[in-house]
Design a protein. Structure first.
Length: 294
């Protein structure tokens, strides 16, 4: 969360951002109980906020233990006056493409065909995270698969250990720190030149913005590739068509999708069958999901 008495210091940061942008191109950018989920039509608390800053990060993620190849994505961290939003830019643009195709009477196959023709990448980061929503000290987390499942949790400020290993990222001097969070060790590099105690995903709590975060075994990496100020766009949480869930159920579903995909489809109500070039149903091997949180 941004401390309001720090906005005067942020003016210096804004000037640095404008100078940096001249030199650096900103890249525009469970299981059975799930059947009892209730669709949430609206939140009791609605917030209208404004995006002040946008931090873009390149992402590399291991999806399953058996496949050593990492998938790419690009996420944005939008800083508002109260709410902080973290989301995949690729998934956001894919959703806009889906809405466009369906609004013109198309279907899922039409969307896949257009996406492939345009060469638009699929996203690996499947979360939308709203910090300080619906109230301060609470995170609203949405996991988007075939459905948009959401849960709320108390915000966690990690305990950090300072390490040697200073570096420079996007022209900012960064210090190194380490934490153990949700079953994984994280090494991060943060800059005190940007006095915002935030970072990618759920990482936060340092005396400056986290510009790079790397899981201890290199399974997940977030690296800042662009910073933009004076966005002045509405920051309004999108909680439309969400299905209430819990942290535990979402974790179970993420694992089930790889360990038993047919069971996952049954639980999630997925009827579409993917077929190979010979029109035979494709079957997935049983794999172990590599989760951000263990």
């Amino acid at each position: 969360m941004i401390c309001m008495d720090r906005f005067v210091y942020l003016r210096v940061f804004e000037q640095k951002v404008q100078n940096a942008l001249c030199l650096k191109h900103f890249k525009i950018g469970c299981i059975c109980i799930l059947l009892s989920f209730v669709v949430i039509d609206s939140y009791a608390s609605t917030i209208n906020d404004t995006i002040l800053y946008r931090f873009s990060y390149s992402v590399k993620m291991r999806i399953c233990d058996e496949n050593k190849t990492q998938r790419d994505d690009e996420i944005c961290v939008d800083i508002g006056e109260r709410v902080i939003m973290c989301y995949s830019r690729w998934k956001s643009e894919n959703r806009r493409l889906i809405d466009s195709v369906f609004s013109m009477g198309g279907n899922a196959n039409d969307y896949q065909l257009i996406r492939q023709q345009k060469g638009f990448p699929s996203s690996a980061f499947e979360f939308q995270i709203y910090k300080n929503y619906p109230q301060n000290g609470t995170n609203c987390v949405i996991w988007e698969s075939s459905k948009r499942l959401y849960y709320e949790e108390n915000a966690t400020i990690q305990q950090w250990e300072m390490l040697e290993g200073d570096t420079v990222i996007l022209g900012y001097n960064c210090k190194k720190s380490q934490t153990f969070f949700r079953g994984r060790v994280w090494h991060v590099w943060y800059t005190m030149d940007i006095p915002i105690s935030e970072g990618p995903w759920k990482l936060c709590g340092l005396p400056g913005m986290i510009l790079k975060a790397e899981e201890g075994n290199g399974l997940f990496t977030f690296c800042c590739i662009g910073i933009k100020s004076h966005i002045n766009e509405p920051l309004k949480p999108d909680v439309s068509n969400v299905v209430k869930s819990t942290y535990k159920k979402v974790q179970e579903l993420m694992s089930l999708r790889w360990s038993d995909h047919e069971r996952f489809k049954s639980v999630m109500g997925i009827t579409m069958q993917i077929r190979d070039k010979g029109n035979k149903p494709l079957t997935r091997p049983k794999l172990t999901a590599c989760l951000l949180e263990q």
